[in-house]
Write a protein that binds this ligand. Structure first.
Ligand code: NAI
Length: 261
């Protein structure tokens, strides 16, 4: 438990499923006030809200497309209207689809870049604007990926979006450090969420992914949520501009294990 998170106002984009949901529940356990943004699944968002309240937190649900400026402004506005302020902004919404790069339609590229990268920029910008104008030493957490450093054939849009998040976060961290505003990334490896459901339902593909993880197993969403609460808490007060990889060692060149190479 991180006692300083009690009563803190935390907005999470894409929080009706997967990592967003898991983070919302964990902040609920910390007795935080959670703004649950969802894109198109109101029913699931409402059940996340119920679970957050059951866990001991407070929660509000807000629809919004992170690629739209006004929708992102409305997420921050909802935090202020419902809970009086904003302390932590978590830009988590994301998407991906596999396509050979030479055949990738511009529409696929634009959808992934505008959700993963532009969406995280808009969320960061709106939160930081509020922090600066109100002298708040706020906290921004962006959901990156191991693919901010590992190239990923068939997912050039995704890799480009997460590589972009790396330098966006580092730049924002540098720019706003003098005001005490921290900006960090989480870099998950392969985690058991809906984005991977189809892949992990196939035992062959699942085994293949596991073979790329030195710790030997696919992570659970709670193992990312525990990183998020640490980054949001004062226990990480001197940490800014990093990507905290939670990936079972995936970024550590697993093919070199056992002295190969
Ligand atoms: P997910 O598919 O359950 O979550 C993505 C969420 O983003 C969904 O709730 C979806 O509705 C929402 N979303 C998509 N477009 C949106 C938009 N325009 N506006 C608002 N919300 C939108 O999958 P997961 O795994 O929970 O993904 C969350 C984040 O974690 C993503 O940024 C993803 O790239 C990242 N990530 C996930 C990994 C994994 O293995 N699950 C690994 C590394 C990064």
């Amino acid at each position: 438990m991180y006692t300083d998170l009690k009563g803190k106002v935390v907005a999470i984009t894409g929080a009706s499923s997967g990592l967003g949901k898991s983070m919302a529940l964990r902040f609920g356990k910390e007795q935080a006030k959670v703004v649950i943004n969802y894109f198109n699944n109101e029913k699931d968002a409402n059940s996340v809200k119920e679970e957050v309240v059951q866990a001991g937190g407070e929660a509000v649900v807000v629809q919004g497309d992170v690629t739209k400026e006004d929708d992102v402004r409305n997420i921050v506005k909802t935090a202020i209207q419902e809970f009086g302020t904003l302390d932590v902004m978590i830009n988590n919404a994301g998407r991906e689809n596999p396509v050979a790069s030479h055949e990738m339609p511009l529409d696929d590229w634009n959808k992934v870049i505008s959700t993963n990268l532009t969406g995280a920029f808009l969320g960061s910008r709106e939160a930081i604007k509020y922090f600066v104008e109100n002298n708040i030493k706020g906290n921004v957490i962006n959901m990156s990926s191991v693919h901010e450093m590992i190239p990923w054939p068939l997912f050039v849009h995704y890799a480009a979006s997460k590589g972009g998040i790396k330098l966006m976060t580092e730049t924002l961290a540098l720019e706003y450090a003098p005001k005490g505003i921290r900006v960090n990334n989480i870099g998950p490896g392969a985690i058991n969420t809906p984005i991977n459901a189809e892949k992990f339902a196939d035992p062959v593909q699942k085994k293949d992914v596991e073979s790329m993880i030195p710790m030997g197993y696919i992570g659970e969403p709670e193992e990312i949520a525990s990183v998020a609460v640490w980054l949001a808490s004062k226990e990480s007060s001197y940490v800014t501009g990093i990507t905290l990889f939670a990936d079972g060692g995936m970024t550590k060149y697993p093919s070199f294990q056992a002295g190969r190479g």
